[in-house]
Ligand binder design. Sequence first.
Ligand code: ADE
Length: 238
Amino acid sequence: MNVTIIVALQEELDAFHGARDLTSVPEPGPAPAFRFRYGAAEVTLLRGGVGKASAAMVAQYAIDRFTPDYLFMTGIAGGLRSWLALGDVVVSRDCVQHDLDVTALGVPLGQVPFTEHRFLAADPRLVELALATPVPGQRVVAGRILTGDQFITAADAARMQRLHSLDGDAVEMEGAAVAFVATVNRIPFVVIRSVSDHADAAAPADFRTWLRRAAANSYAVCAGILDALTTGTGRPAG
Ligand code: ADE
């Protein structure tokens, strides 16, 4: 079984480095790549960089090059619910591009124009396996992940209003781009994000304080899914 995991930041990669024996893969590709085994799974981990364009590029590259059975995007996010604590983990029920705005032509916010793609549903089995992974002292919940090319701090009231109209639980900068590429390529995917801040005025400071702790919590949930997939309980039919 091949699994590809994409992170954006070095600190998110470090969470895997701290826990697994990673081998660097000399790649001519667009992102630093590493390999590790997890039971029966051969896992390729890529540091794809920040933003939707980088994430989509690396996701398509990874699908073509590594032909994964599953694709995970993981790391940190801003929490959009007051009941989410810093360090809690949001597992994508679905993802949407909150800054894809063709509403002037009557296209709903977040919808890719001239397609049906708006709320991109994650693989239900991967979501279920993620939710079954305990993270000590934190909640692991299913939710909607909003993605855009901005670090959200609530300074822009109009943007916040648009964000809230999509009823999201967490906001980040890559998930829906990876979800879109995975959906078009028919690869089961999930986005795992731990809350580093609340996308508010304190977000820049909280982000720095919580980055590594939140990244470690996201790693723990990825490991839980890999555990279940490779010990049989989560193995897909075929
Ligand atoms: N990733 C972590 N926190 C974020 C925020 N507030 N906005 C966008 N991406 C984030």
